[in-house]
Design a binder for this molecule. Structure first.
Ligand code: SAM
Length: 371
C-alpha cells in the first residue's frame, strides 16, 4: 500500500470562475425542463436554462460530437439488456445508505479549505445520487455536476430533479481549466483498462490549476471485488467481469497525467440501512443489494423476499475485512470489519455492511509563483 498520509491542499477558489454568480446547489432541483433522452441538444438547452453557470463551462462543439451509447450498457434500461432501473430504485429507496463514503470523498475533492462554492464533476454520476446527498446542509457547499455516459441515467437524473450532463469520462465536454474538482467513484472499474489513462488526462485538462482529482475503487482482490465476481457476475443479467484498480495503478495513472502530491489510501465506505426489527434491517440490506446489483437470477430462484435474505447472507459471509489479510495494514482504523446489526431504539435497528475502498487524490499544480 502506498499511502502517504493526510492530503495537503490549498484554497479551491476557481481562477476560471464563470461570469455569473454560483448559486447554492439547493436552488436547482425542483421543476426542471423536459429533456429528450439521448438528445444532447435538448439537454444543453435545459442546462442553459437551469444552470447557466454550469452551462458556461461546457464546450458545445465537443458536447455535440459525443459518440452515442449504441452499445449494450450495464446501466442502461432493462429493455436494452441493462440493470439501470433496479440500480436507480435502490438509490431512491435508500439515498443515504452510502453517505459515510460520499462525505469522505466530497471532503477530499473539495479540499481542506473548501473554497468558494467549488464546481465538482461527478464523472460516474448515475441518476444524481451524490448531487442529492450533497443538498444536505451538513455537506460541503459545492455544486456537484452529475455526468454519465448512459443516456438512460442522464434522463433519470433530470426526471428526479437533478440537472445532468451526458458525456464519457474519457472525453469530457467541459472547457479546459474550467472546474474545481473531478471525482471518479462508484464504478471506476467499468472504464476499460486501456482507457483509464484517458480519464485521468481528461480530468487534468478540465481542472483549473490547484483543482483536485479523486479516483475511488474497490481494490482488486478485496472482498468487494470477490462479491462482484462470485455474486454479481453470476446472479445479474449483465454479469460483472471488470478488473478493479490496484493502488499502484491508481498512483501511476495520476502521476502520468501530471498530478502532484498524489496520495493513495484506504477509506471506510459502508452500506448502512435501518429497519424496525433485526430481521427487517437485514432484509432491507438484502433488498438494497438485490436491487443495486440487479441480482435478478436470485429473485427468479427464491422470490423477492427469499432473494433478499440470500443476498444478505452472502454479503455477510463475503464482506469480512481483517486489515492485514486484505493487504490494508492498519488502514482499517477502528472501523468494523464484519457485518453488524445493532439496536438503536425500541423499534429501530441498523445494519452496517463494511466496505473499504482505495482512494487516490491528486492536485493539478499551479504555475510557479501563483500558489
Ligand atoms: C455504479 S453507477 C454509480 C452511480 C452513482 N454515482 C452512485 O453512486 O449511485 C456507475 C455509473 O457510471 C456510468 N459510467 C460507466 N462508465 C462510464 C464512463 N466511461 N463515463 C461516464 N460514465 C460512465 C454508468 O452509466 C453508471 O451510471
Amino acid at each position: 500500500m502506498t499511502g502517504h498520509g493526510a492530503v495537503t491542499g490549498e484554497s479551491a477558489r476557481g481562477v476560471h470562475r464563470p461570469a455569473c454568480a454560483v448559486p447554492r446547489q439547493g436552488m436547482t432541483g425542483h421543476t426542471l425542463p423536459r429533456i429528450v433522452t439521448g438528445d444532447q441538444r435538448s439537454q444543453l438547452r435545459a442546462l442553459r436554462e437551469t444552470w447557466p453557470h454550469v452551462y458556461a463551462l461546457i464546450d458545445e462543439e465537443r458536447a455535440l460530437a459525443l459518440a452515442t451509447d449504441g452499445e449494450r450498457d450495464d446501466f442502461g434500461s432493462a429493455e436494452n439488456g441493462g440493470r439501470g432501473e433496479s440500480y436507480v430504485d435502490a438509490q431512491q429507496a435508500h439515498p443515504e445508505a452510502r453517505i459515510i463514503g460520499i462525505r469522505h470523498l466530497m471532503a477530499l475533492v473539495v479540499g481542506p479549505t473548501g473554497g468558494d462554492r467549488p464546481v465538482v464533476l461527478d464523472l460516474l454520476g448515475g441518476d444524481g445520487l451524490l448531487h442529492r446527498v450533497c443538498l444536505r446542509p451538513d455537506m460541503p457547499d459545492a455544486t456537484v455536476v452529475t455526468c454519465d455516459a448512459a443516456s438512460f441515467m442522464v434522463a433519470r437524473a433530470w426526471a428526479a430533479g437533478v440537472p445532468a450532463v451526458w458525456q464519457r469520462a474519457q472525453r469530457q465536454v467541459f472547457r479546459s481549466g474550467s472546474v474545481d474538482g473531478a471525482l471518479l467513484a462508484y464504478g471506476s472499474h467499468h472504464v476499460p483498462e486501456p482507457e483509464r489513462q484517458d480519464v485521468a488526462d481528461e480530468a487534468w485538462r478540465v481542472l483549473r490549476p490547484g483543482g483536485r482529482f479523486v479516483l475511488h475503487d474497490f481494490a482488486e482482490g478485496s472482498p468487494v471485488a470477490t462479491w462482484f465476481l462470485d455474486v454479481v457476475d453470476k446472479q445479474s443479467v449483465t454479469g460483472h467481469r471488470y478488473a478493479h484498480f490496484t493502488a499502484d495503478q491508481m498512483r501511476e495513472c495520476l502521476v502520468r497525467s501530471g498530478f502532484c502530491t498524489v496520495t493513495t489510501n484506504w477509506m471506510f465506505d459502508p452500506i448502512v440501512v435501518t429497519g424496525t426489527s433485526k430481521r427487517a434491517a437485514r432484509a432491507a440490506l438484502g433488498r438494497y443489494l438485490v436491487q443495486m446489483y440487479g441480482l435478478d437470477k436470485l429473485v427468479a430462484a427464491h422470490g423477492h423476499e427469499g432473494a433478499s435474505m440470500v443476498a444478505f447472507e452472502l454479503a455477510r459471509r463475503i464482506f469480512r475485512f481483517d486489515g492485514i489479510g486484505n493487504g490494508m495494514g492498519d488502514g482499517m482504523g477502528d472501523h468494523v470489519g464484519e457485518c453488524v446489526v445493532e439496536r438503536l431504539g425500541p423499534s429501530e435497528w441498523r445494519c452496517v455492511l463494511p466496505r473499504f475502498a482505495l482512494v487516490a487524490v491528486g492536485r493539478k499544480p499551479e504555475p510557479p509563483g501563483t500558489a
